[in-house]
Design a protein around this ligand. Structure first.
Ligand code: ADP
Length: 211
């Protein structure tokens, strides 16, 4: 990225509370990465987004907001029926956009339901729709004065987007937004499994000159 050297003020990897003992470091490198973009923190972690305590979590929803498998099913199961009731009232959301509901029984106060594209081999505007889903999620967060938000890797499950193609689109969209919107203080990517985590870590390393 062009002027990223100026915007990355701080870079850190490891796990909170871990020592920097060489032994530990080898292991923790896989599960935690943190950096500052303008005034905001961007973090990659491996984990389950339903357990996140950020103010909002993002759901990989379908355009009918009907719930489903993957992270969508997990969020509705953990959050209880209130979230689905609100989704029914909203009625739907076009691909590339995002809507907001309360978080029901979740630790997160809000769920932002983002609709990523079904992967078409990188054609038919796949990347634009994917970027739109991230961008509109961030806009819903800003509109609702949400200070912290966690994202899953949108479209990379049932919708078939390869991690290595989705990760740069997702990260670039978020980094560009944070450069101009310091009202969101903290963005976390909560990546389900080591493969997802590694793809995002490697994409981030490719974009940002690391010390
Ligand atoms: P999509 O239909 O947008 O592809 P999926 O839910 O099928 O949505 O998958 C999106 C991503 O969410 C996948 O990479 C999947 O591994 C991940 N995922 C599934 N369950 C969870 C969870 N509990 N927390 C975080 N990510 C999850």
């Amino acid at each position: 990225m062009d002027n990223s050297r100026d915007t990355i003020l701080n870079y850190q990897e490891g796990q909170p509370g871990e020592g920097t003992d060489k032994h530990d470091l080898k292991w923790v490198l896989f599960i935690f990465m943190k950096m500052k973009i303008n005034k905001s923190i961007l973090e990659l972690v491996e984990g389950d987004i339903t357990k996140e305590a950020t103010e909002a979590i993002v759901n990989a929803a379908n355009s009918g907001l009907r719930g489903g498998g993957g992270v969508d099913g997990a969020i509705h199961r953990a959050g209880g029926p209130q979230i689905m009731e609100e989704c029914r009232k909203i009625g739907g959301c076009p691909t590339g956009n995002a809507v907001i509901t309360s978080g029901g029984l979740l630790k997160a106060k809000y769920v932002i339901h983002a609709v990523g594209p079904i992967y078409h081999g990188g054609e038919k505007g796949d990347a634009e729709f994917l970027a739109g889903a991230y961008l509109n999620s961030l806009k819903r967060a800003s509109e609702n004065k949400i200070l912290s938000i966690s994202f899953p890797s949108l479209s990379t499950g049932a919708y078939g987007y390869p991690f290595d193609e989705a990760a740069p689109v997702a990260l670039k969209t978020i980094i560009e937004y944070l450069k101009h919107h310091d009202e969101i203080e903290h963005v976390r990517f909560v990546l389900f499994g080591a493969d997802a985590y590694r793809a995002y870590e490697s994409a981030l390393r490719g974009m940002i000159p690391m010390p």
